[in-house]
Design a protein around this ligand. Sequence first.
Ligand code: FMN
Length: 343
Amino acid sequence: MALPWFSEGRFPLFLAPMAGFTDKAFRQLCKEQGADVMVTEFVMANRFLDERSQNDAWKTVDFTPEQRPMGVQIFGSDPEKMAEAARRIVDRLQPDFIDLNYGCPAQKIVDNCAGSSLLRDLPLLGRVTAKVVERVGEDCPVTAKMRIGWDAESIVADEAAKVLEEAGVQALAVHGRTKEQGYRGDANWDIIEGVAEVVSIPVVGNGSADSVERIRAIRERGKVAGIMIGRAALGYPWLFREFKAALEGGPIPPSPDLTERMAVMLRYCRELNAHKHEDGPWGYLNWMRARLKSFTKIMPGCRSLRTRIDKVESYEELEALAEAYLAEQAAIKASEDLAEQRL
Ligand SMILES: Cc1cc2nc3c(=O)[nH]c(=O)nc-3n(C[C@H](O)[C@H](O)[C@H](O)COP(=O)(O)O)c2cc1C
């Protein structure tokens, strides 16, 4: 059966999985702003099978019913372990799909022959995928997310996509960079769109989809079945409502004002704390600061605001900082308005 989020002319916007950032709290913000489909951060398949790491693994892939359609993403290279992890996830969470990661470029992942390293071994890529499909495919669709190849000399996007289709995946997200590129440079949409022409499953394009103009152009070319948005959405969930409006041909809603942005940042912080940090409020303060900083991009005085966030020691201090910052910005605006009137 076709995946419903692609049916009837729908053109879904996906939030890309981004480990350490697209947690349950952040996904909620994106959902409210119009993200259609979301995927959990990736988790190593073995972690669902090991007594000691299971708890953390289950926490990472937790989601709320309103975040559906949700995929749970796993990585690994052992067909049996991947299939068993997928089975346990399907039995326990009934996600809308299981997503297999064939794109991660991180050294410790590729050293384990997982993530993007499977692009150098297409027979193994096929075996892992087919095993997962065999184990859960009747109860839960399986999809995959891959890069276009290991490096510029070994672009295997078309071949890998055919292997994955043959193995039974029902949709494919293609990140248009090689492993060697990491996250640098523009994604290659010619290759992404080429993949959409050689397979008959829906292909979702990913990489550098960071402006209204790009989103509209991709849609107009009409090759891919949806777009997956990564870093451009970090700290800026409102991107989804802007991109949705762009695709619908309507006016682009204005960016949220600073008060709204601060309010959402504080809410994110409270929810993150509630979901993730049971071992005491602000137990992960340093970790949290990095996430908060992503919310300050394109805010006036972003640099000094980030420096001040670095010094915050509690939620109350963060609230006080937000209030002080808004008051300062209001004063700057008032004096600019006054100067303009005098001209
Ligand atoms: C911090 C970070 C973490 C990521 N974690 C994952 C992950 O867990 N699973 C995955 O498939 N891709 C992961 N990615 C890759 C993104 O999903 C996406 O493919 C990539 O950022 C390209 O999209 P963009 O150019 O829109 O950012 C991660 C990227 C970043 C920057």
